[in-house]
Design a protein. Structure first.
Length: 442
């Protein structure tokens, strides 16, 4: 006997998929055709978010508004929802009426505006969000009134729908007294969202099956907003946006040495922590990685000897993880019969950076090259996925340091995605992070 699958109290969050079955002599109404549309829409959304994922597909850059850019027209699909716009206008008018004429003039001088460029995105429900034309947003008007006491704002877009093209029905509804107009079409548009509170991150390991809670696709964070001055390009940070895909890979976002740079012997010793217990090579990640995966052999420091005459002999520099602490004691405790005195905390299980320092006394010489290898495939994130560690172009930035002149001469200020700063990774995950620097005597 063949049994058909039915709903159960389960983990897969998907609506029941029932399609219309036609037969001769069937009576169909508007509700039947609406449900048929919903069937195909839900199938497409399920396929989109389950197989491909969600996030920004292309475009949707946030830029400073220019003088000739126009605001979003109230009747365009690239506009803020009409109700929210009306509420903002009423709030603005009430504020101006409460202040003096001079203060009212200052309100009218607000220039904190940004522009969202055309593009395509998919939200976590699988809805396609299309922006066909550029749209200028007044941050002050779009920001909720109770969140205006901040100089840091986040801007994003959210899928929306609205009825359009009113049409008079040929036949009156059985319960209606008059033949009112009905909207004949539903237009898929979007709403611009601006907030002064940091949005929550989507920390789900699998975005396919679990329920979506983050409907807004955040595009940029804008720092140090001056409500009376135009927004500058350096204030806009778009690295908070989610690239399109099922998973958001953990990448390397910063190192404390300059890739390909030449250091003096003393500078190299300080960098490697040869004589300073607070020194060492520091690597920073975009999200927490499992501390127990930072094991011996994951990081290697190799010295390729240089100098005049025959060279290229190599040797490996001994070292250990200084941050987080060495796991040898933890491993020993786990193998003994004695229980741990304190359970592992979240901060001890995961870390967003490590520091690796030299523990041997080998010396560097003029002309040496120090090769640093981080086997990112063995470093796992919270979802037990490998860090995407490919050092593309050697462009991972230095921690807490400005771009050097040599970096400016190399070009490629932005990665292929068009969103800076540079990080490791190609989207495939794993691989090996490689970097080096040179040593000179003086």
């Amino acid at each position: 006997m063949t049994e058909t699958g039915t709903e159960s109290t389960g983990a897969f969050d998907a609506p029941p998929l029932r399609r219309l079955r036609y037969f001769h002599g069937q009576m169909l109404g508007a509700r039947d055709f609406q449900r048929e549309q919903e069937y195909f829409r839900e199938k497409l959304k399920l396929r989109m978010r389950g197989v491909l994922g969600y996030g920004v597909v292309c475009g949707l850059y946030v830029e400073p508004a220019r003088r000739h850019d126009k605001d979003c027209p109230p009747d365009a699909d690239e506009s803020v929802v009409a109700e929210e716009s009306a509420q903002s206008e009423q709030s603005e008018q009430s504020e101006q009426s409460e202040h003096s004429e001079q203060e009212g003039t200052e309100h009218r001088r607000r220039k904190a505006e940004v522009k969202i460029t055309p593009g395509l995105a998919v939200d976590c429900d699988g809805n396609e969000v299309v922006v066909r034309g550029g749209c200028v947003i007044d941050l002050w008007k779009a920001l909720p009134r109770d969140e205006r006491d901040t100089d840091t704002v986040w801007i994003g877009i959210e899928y929306a729908e609205r009825p359009v093209e009113p049409t008079r029905a040929v036949y009156n509804d059985a319960c209606a007294e008059t033949s009112d107009c009905e909207h004949g079409w539903t237009e898929e548009c979007y709403t611009v969202r601006v907030t002064g509170c940091e949005p929550p991150m989507d920390d789900r390991c699998d975005t396919c099956c679990s329920r979506c809670e983050h409907k807004v696709l955040w595009l940029a964070r804008i720092d140090c907003v001056d409500w009376y001055e135009p927004v500058r390009k350096d204030q806009i940070h778009m690295n908070i946006r989610r690239p399109f895909g099922r998973h958001l890979p953990t990448v390397i976002t910063g190192i404390n040495w300059i890739h390909g740079h030449t250091y003096t012997i003393d500078e190299a010793k300080a960098l490697l922590g040869t004589q300073d217990e607070d020194g060492g090579l520091v690597v920073r990640f975009s999200a927490g990685v499992r501390s127990d995966t930072l094991q011996r052999g994951v990081v290697e420091v190799q010295v390729i000897e240089g100098g005049s005459g025959r060279n290229a002999s190599t040797w490996y520099m001994g070292g250990t993880f200084a941050e987080p602490a060495d796991h040898s004691a933890t491993e020993t405790a786990e193998t003994t019969a004695e229980p741990a005195t304190e359970p592992a905390t979240e901060s001890s299980r995961f870390t967003k950076r490590f520091r690796y320092r030299q523990t041997t006394r080998e010396t560097l010489q003029d002309g040496d090259r120090v090769m640093i290898t981080v086997r990112a495939a063995f470093i796992l994130d919270r979802c037990c996925r490998p860090v995407d560690g490919t050092h593309v172009g050697g462009r991972v930035p230095t921690i807490d340091a400005e771009t050097t002149e040599s970096d400016r001469r190399r070009g490629c200020d932005l990665p292929p995605s068009g969103i800076g700063p540079w990080t490791s990774g190609t989207g495939s995950g794993g691989d090996v992070f490689e970097s080096w620097f040179f040593v000179k005597e003086r």
